[in-house]
Write a protein of this length. Structure first.
Length: 261
């Protein structure tokens, strides 16, 4: 498989604090990759940089001929406001926004595709329901239906299975595997390591810096997981980007927190 997205010495800050540093590597076209690591490891920040929501503070992201329309992005549930008065059908139709006419009108074909997408995720008949009335699992199914309508080449998922029931997780994971079987590139931030090992052939293990990137069975070794946890615990969240501040400077230039006396 050829490289689709390449990271070259990528550094990204978030809210003026270090997030990920000096990441190099590539996502192959048609690959299925998990981004894993401890809490606070910069996983979501990296995903936002890949999709273009955050600009690199250093290094680069080479997306080749990909445009913004080629990406389908699902943020964390906590980042999505559900109080907005919108129906399930209208939420799904947002996935076809690029097809809307001059007055924001959708074609009959798009409307039918939206119905089909809801059927795929098990929500036929929910079109007129308000999104605020849905359970967490039902709402996540709606968001996956919206992704179906986008028909994107690259799909980015930020903790898509958090706080939803096992049946919904299983159904949506099957959809992820289907996307990958269709040749789409899927990159997902996940916290369930067993899920990563069982379903994702490639893994990027992150602890603000790159711990390992490659075949999941090699990356998710006990030694690498211990290393990732130790690395994540050493960084100073208040340090300026890549500048020493009274601590020991790492190879990347980040500051390691001194132990309390």
């Amino acid at each position: 498989m050829s490289d689709l997205i390449r990271l070259e010495n990528l550094t990204v800050t978030y809210e003026r604090h270090p997030a990920v540093h000096h990441i190099s590597g590539s996502f192959a076209a048609g690959s299925l990759t998990a981004i894993a690591g401890p809490n606070g490891a910069g996983k979501s920040t990296l995903l936002k940089a890949i999709v273009g929501e955050l600009r690199p503070a250093g290094g680069s992201i080479d997306r080749g001929a990909l445009t913004r329309d080629d990406f389908g992005y699902l943020p964390q549930a906590a980042d999505i406001v559900r109080r907005f008065p919108i129906s399930v059908a209208d939420t799904v139709m947002l996935g076809a926004w690029k097809n809307a006419g001059a007055f924001g009108q959708f074609s009959r074909k798009d409307i039918e595709r939206a119905r089909e997408a809801l059927a795929v995720v098990g929500l036929s008949g929910f079109e007129r329901r308000h999104i605020g009335s849905l359970s967490s699992g039902q709402f996540q199914r709606v968001l996956f239906a919206r992704l179906l309508l986008q028909d994107a080449r690259v799909i980015l998922l930020d903790e898509p299975f958090t706080a939803i029931d096992q049946r919904t997780t299983r159904d949506l994971l099957d959809l992820v595997l289907r996307w990958n079987s269709e040749g789409r590139t899927v990159i997902a931030v996940l916290h369930d390591f067993e899920q990563v090992r069982a379903c994702f052939p490639e893994t990027l293990l992150l602890a603000r810096e790159l711990v390992s990137w490659g075949r999941t069975q090699d990356v998710m070794s006990p030694a690498n997981l211990i290393k990732a946890r130790a690395m994540a615990e050493r960084w100073d969240d208040e340090a300026e980007e890549c500048l020493p501040a009274g601590g020991e400077e790492s190879e990347s230039g980040l500051v390691k927190r001194e132990p309390a006396e």
